[in-house]
Design a protein around this ligand. Structure first.
Ligand code: EPZ
Length: 427
């Protein structure tokens, strides 16, 4: 099984280039189905969730040509199936976007109950509410969700909760529906805007993405286009925290500084300096780490996906920090691993109270999900000595070339596939 072996305690120095956004790519890849034509997608991150999305597209009958490491031509003219294979949909929660795209294009779609990170209950009632409002029906048969409609009609939909997935799925199913759809209480994340831009480039009429209300005027047909995906806000944020936590100095390139503002604000409070350029940020820290309070919220609030990373940074602050998780019920499972590194953190429900300690100690660690895994990498990079992180497949679902990028910043990190005993000898 693969592990990361990290000899920590060295400041990260240098430049790193951020990849395309995972959470945009996993919605835009299914969205190509709506074109029934050829699309060229660029800046697609080379990560496991993208490989699964491409495999699903192929299983549905799409023709895919790899144009480069991060660009693909996807021809969805001739689809042969509207059922996403079980084994593939279970590998990735975002397989639910195929429901919206298949419903929009073919009037029917089927996926297995989605898998992905275990962050507590992850209902999809709001996705189904949107499909049904658009005149579709849903049913669950033997673990598969099926949605179908012979006549998708635009509708006025008010979401009960702000949901990234439900907002995107409603957009996917509404762009080819008859009439006008108005979505209210929607998510405003940068990837919502990216999906809207892609749909519009294919000929859709989507307005208001990035605000609380999205209006969609249904069109008869969409066409292919060439589109480049936005940079990954959370990958950028992860390198920002890694630079601050290790007392390093890193120029993080290919980012949209505006998308990083909620992260930048908290990093500055914690004692880091963030310099903004047109499409880059430089993050460095020379002084102490200061405590702060953070509550995760939908965009433009502080992103939940950055919460585990900030906990790592604040675990060495001069005082007490409080982090409240406002999105997911079960997103502090990684804290036990940090406590084994000497952190002093108490979790009560959705709140973590972090008493800063002078240093973290190396330890054998286990990644429980994608961002928790990234946080453990940062913890190991900031702890002097050798830490090993198990179950890194979680991390590789969402970070392109993490090991190589960190090595480029001077980190002593290796990915090894040996059993622990053999690995200890090799060190
Ligand atoms: C997306 O998940 C991201 N995943 C998550 O990132 C991210 O944590 C989350 O948005 C919040 O920003 C992808 O984009 C693939 P939600 P999603 O629907 O869409 C509740 C990562 O690490 N809810 O916005 O599944 C839900 O329980 C991953 O990259 C309902 O009640 O999240 C949660 O409390 C992890 N009913 C809240 O809304 C629904 O029908 C937000 O969930 C849908 C959601």
């Amino acid at each position: 099984m693969e592990k990361f072996v990290i000899n920590g305690g060295k400041p990260l120095m240098g430049e790193v280039t951020i990849s395309g956004a995972k959470n945009a790519a996993v919605a835009i890849l299914p969205a190509t189905i709506l074109a029934a034509d050829k699309c060229i997608l660029e800046n697609i991150p080379a990560i496991h969730d993208v490989s699964v999305s491409l495999e699903i597209l192929e299983a549905l009958g799409a023709q895919i040509r790899t144009l480069g490491k991060n660009s693909y031509e996807i021809d969805t003219t001739h689809l042969t199936s509207t059922r996403v294979p079980d084994d593939l949909s279970r590998q990735m929660r975002a397989s639910y976007y195929f429901l919206g795209a298949l419903l929009g294009r073919c009037g029917s779609g089927q996926v297995a109950m989605p898998g992905g990170c275990n962050l507590g209950p992850r209902p999809i009632d709001q996705h189904l509410k949107a499909f049904c409002a658009l005149n579709a029906t849903d049913s669950v048969e033997y673990g598969m969700i099926k949605v179908q409609s012979e006549d998708l009609q635009g509708a006025h939909i008010f979401f009960d909760t702000v949901s990234v997935g439900a907002t995107m799925n409603a957009m996917l199913s509404a762009v080819l529906a008859k009439g006008t759809t108005q979505l209210e209480n929607v998510a405003k994340e940068p990837h919502i805007v990216d999906l809207a831009n892609f749909l519009n480039m294919m000929g859709a009429d989507v307005r208001g993405a990035g605000t609380d209300v999205i209006k969609i005027r249904g069109v008869e047909k969409l066409h292919g286009c060439t589109y480049s995906i936005i940079p990954d806000q959370i990958e950028a944020g992860s390198f920002m925290v890694a630079a601050a936590a290790t007392g390093g100095n890193v120029l993080i390139k290919n980012v949209t500084p505006k998308h990083l503002e909620p992260i930048t604000a908290k990093l500055e409070l914690a004692g880091a300096t963030v310099e903004e350029y047109d499409d880059a940020v430089r993050v460095y820290r020379t002084g102490d780490i200061y405590p702060c309070k953070i509550k995760t919220m939908p965009h433009p609030g502080f992103p939940t996906d950055m919460q585990p990373l900030m906990t790592v940074l604040l675990s060495r602050a001069l005082g007490t920090s409080i982090i409240t998780e406002g999105i997911w019920e079960n997103r502090f499972r990684y804290v036990d691993e940090l406590v084994r590194m000497g952190a002093n953190i108490q979790v009560d429900g959705q709140v973590a109270v972090i008493e800063g300690v002078p240093e973290l100690l190396p330890a054998p660690l286990r990644a429980s999900d994608l961002r928790a895994g990234a946080a453990l990498v940062v913890a190991a990079l900031s702890a002097k000595g050798i830490s090993e992180i198990d179950e890194v497949s979680h991390i590789e679902r969402g970070y392109e070339n993490l090991v190589e990028k960190l090595q480029g910043l001077g980190a002593d990190i290796r990915r090894v596939e040996k059993p622990a005993a053999a690995m200890a000898k090799a060190l």
